[in-house]
Ligand binder design. Structure first.
Ligand code: SAH
Ligand code: CA
Length: 220
């Protein structure tokens, strides 16, 4: 069959990485540090990071926003791909994991590009909108609490410039979105999010089955 996405066995996944992944040493080191935490599976996969870096470079992004930092892998990926004048506003509420992130941003000499906002992301987004940052961001990555995805999406669409790129993580949610027996709040929220943006005429989308499912959204 050629009209569907190929299934990746462990062997094929390892092959894919062996001929495509170039993970910088600092990112590898952050991955190893994060592996010691029980929550480590919240981190994006390295090939997903490499895709995001490529996208940031392709659109020539300078002004970017991240919702959900954790130990800082995705923000470090983006910061390394940004030009020297590029900036990230990074939103999270967890001081412990953010401290790890800040440590690695410093080690990678990109800390000056990242403005960490330790507050509920909705508050940060609302204040950005109030401060006239609408239609201003080139790139926005959404990867925080799933119940707020639609709230983050609406605000992010306001903040994104026309032609800008929004990237949403975990849209396939380990397959639970397609399992009709699953009704927990997070799964329902991701299903509602996927359905809503599918019908939204303000955007173009593409869902990439990388990592836990990544939706790319371009603002028309
Ligand atoms: N992008 C990260 C993973 C993010 S995990 C990486 O590449 O490693 C999700 C993060 O969302 C967690 O760090 C959690 O603290 C944060 N989060 C949860 N609820 C939040 C909220 N209301 N506002 C901001 N951040 C939140
Ligand atoms: Ca995620």
């Amino acid at each position: 069959m050629t009209n569907q996405t190929i299934n990746l066995s462990d062997k094929l996944y390892q092959y894919m990485l062996s001929i495509s992944l170039h993970e910088p040493a600092i990112l590898k080191s952050l991955r190893e540090t994060t592996l010691k935490l029980s929550s480590h599976d919240m981190q994006i996969s390295p090939e997903q990071g490499q895709l995001m870096a490529l996208l940031v470079e392709l659109i020539g992004a300078e002004k970017t926003l991240e919702i959900g930092v954790y130990t800082g892998y995705s923000s470090l990926v983006v910061a390394l791909a940004l030009p020297e004048t590029g900036k990230i506003i990074a939103c999270d509420i967890n001081t412990e994991t953010s401290a790890i992130a800040q440590d690695f941003w410093q080690k990678a000499s990109v800390a000056h590009k990242i403005d960490l906002k330790l507050a509920p992301a909705l508050e940060t987004l609302d204040s950005l909108i109030k401060q006239n940052h609408s239609n201003n961001f080139d790139f926005i990555f959404i990867d925080a609490d799933k119940q707020n995805y639609l709230n983050y999406y609406e605000r992010s669409l306001t903040l994104l410039r026309t032609g800008g790129l929004m990237v949403i993580d975990n849209v396939l949610w380990s397959g639970r979105v397609a399992d009709t027996h699953v009704h927990d709040k997070q799964t329902l929220a991701i299903r509602a999010f996927n359905q809503t943006i599918y019908q939204d005429k303000r955007i173009n989308i593409s869902l990439i089955p990388v990592g836990d499912g990544l939706t790319l959204i371009r603002k028309r």
